[in-house]
Unconditional design. Structure first.
Length: 148
């Protein structure tokens, strides 16, 4: 984010060949890139380095999720999707990673866009209240919108 905006994220890069992160015009998630070349066999797990440490503002957290094309392009799944990074993970050696499970043999190269992030304000204080009826119209339960 540009200086002077509401939230500034400081970034330390650990790989000088990594293309710096930046906001894109179409969409409000920020693409993150692999900072290493990785060869994975089907069924293998690896935390792929994103090659950067961040200091996010107090009161925020960084959500990390796969890009919509990650599985199609690389055959990997994020094992803890989404990943949540809070503002306490802010040391020079606190490098962001993408925990990947390969569903097929694959190669991911330095600067391949494998995930995305979004800066989100912390959830406000929430109070859960037990009731006997919610008063809304039922949609038919989980997965009720069908398959088409």
């Amino acid at each position: 984010m540009a200086l002077g905006k509401e939230a500034v994220v400081r970034v330390k890069y650990h790989n000088p060949d990594l293309i710096p992160v930046g906001v894109i015009e179409c969409g409000d998630w920020v693409d993150l890139r692999a900072a290493e070349t990785v060869n994975m066999k089907a069924g293998e797990f690896k935390i792929i380095s994103l090659g950067m440490s961040v200091k996010i503002p107090q009161g925020y957290e960084l959500w990390i999720a796969p890009r919509s094309s990650t599985f199609k392009n690389f055959g990997i799944l994020q094992t803890n999707s989404p990943g949540i990074v809070d503002e306490s993970y802010c040391g020079d050696d606190d490098v962001l990673g993408f925990p990947a499970l390969a569903m097929r043999d694959t190669t991911i190269c330095v600067n391949d866009r494998i995930c995305q992030c979004r800066l989100v304000k912390h959830q406000p204080d929430v109070c859960f209240v037990k009731v006997d009826h919610l008063g809304g119209k039922s949609r038919g339960g989980f997965g009720s919108t069908g398959t088409k």
